[in-house]
Design a protein around this ligand. Structure first.
Ligand SMILES: N[C@@H](CCC(=O)N[C@@H](CS)C(=O)NCC(=O)O)C(=O)O
Length: 265
């Protein structure tokens, strides 16, 4: 048997969830070996050598030792390389349409992450407006290309695999920012798309409770496993398990909770 490709990843990372969703849809969760990297510890020098010093994950190592980076690149590669029908649209025009939607993911992801990381109350409205503008843009896109829906095409596809992990991460905005899509026709189509994406059984790798607990440090302005001032433990620590920790305080602007309050010690 040939060696499997290896994906180095950080558990709960939305970018690697894209790959997990693809494997779940294909019914081949074993086709790739996932190797967990602990974001709260210094990176293994051997892995750093393979990635030529970059630390962002996921990274895929092919069975013959070649390296691929960037979740969208890895997603498209696995979609073509693994046995079974592709997730991408086969028709060139339809594939172009899904690619136009996927091209919006970077701005969308950035807006949501900058919003949760923001520590200045006065900037909240600006972050909210920015994100809502992007939701309206996606709404318009879906109304043009798939007015009935709920998905862009008949089934959950490549664009859904790209966006769903972000919809689920943005639970941190609901919890720490009280964010909700406003009522109204400008958001109705994207609301239906988001709900259908999040309800799909191939996307249940993470839960709302898990996201809210693990991303507490992002709400305190510290991303990627960085330590919040005055704390000794990252909210991304593997131990104690997130299930054994209490829900963090919601008011992110009221100051940082201690390791003890977060159930980390
Ligand atoms: N554009 C990259 C982003 C990957 C990324 O930011 N991954 C985060 C984890 S969610 C990470 O590796 N952070 C640690 C680091 O950059 O050192 C992709 O799509 O793969």
């Amino acid at each position: 048997m040939t060696k499997k490709p290896i994906v180095y990843h950080i558990p709960v990372c939305p970018f690697s969830q894209r790959l997990e969703i693809l494997l779940a849809l294909r019914g081949t969760p074993e086709a790739v070996e996932f190797r967990v990297v602990d974001i709260t510890r210094p990176r293994d020098p051997e892995l750093l050598r393979k990635t030529r010093g970059t630390t962002a994950l996921p990274v895929l190592e092919t069975s013959d030792g070649r390296i691929l980076k960037e979740s969208l690149v890895i997603l498209r590669y696995l979609d073509e390389a693994l046995p079974g029908g592709p997730l991408r649209r086969v028709d060139p025009f339809e594939h172009a349409v899904e690619s136009m939607l996927i091209a919006r993911e970077g701005a969308f992801t950035t807006a949501g992450y900058l919003f949760v990381l923001n520590q200045d109350r006065d900037q909240r409205a600006g972050h909210r407006d920015k994100l809502l503008g992007l939701y309206r843009d996606i709404d318009g896109f879906l109304c043009e290309h798939s007015p009935e829906g709920p998905f862009l095409f008949e089934d959950f596809g490549l664009a859904e695999a790209v966006f769903t992990p972000m919809f689920k991460r943005f639970w941190f905005l609901d919890y720490y920012e009280g964010f909700a899509l406003p009522e109204g026709p400008e958001y109705d189509r994207v609301r239906r798309w988001r709900a259908a994406c999040m309800a799909h059984p191939a996307t249940d790798q993470v839960s709302e409770e898990e996201i809210v607990k693990l991303y507490y440090d992002y709400a305190m302005g510290a991303g990627n496993g960085a330590l919040v001032e005055g704390r000794k433990m990252s909210s991304f620590a593997f131990e104690p398990h997130w299930r054994d920790r209490p829900m963090p305080p919601r008011d992110k602007y009221a100051g940082s909770a201690s390791d003890a309050v977060l159930g980390l010690v």
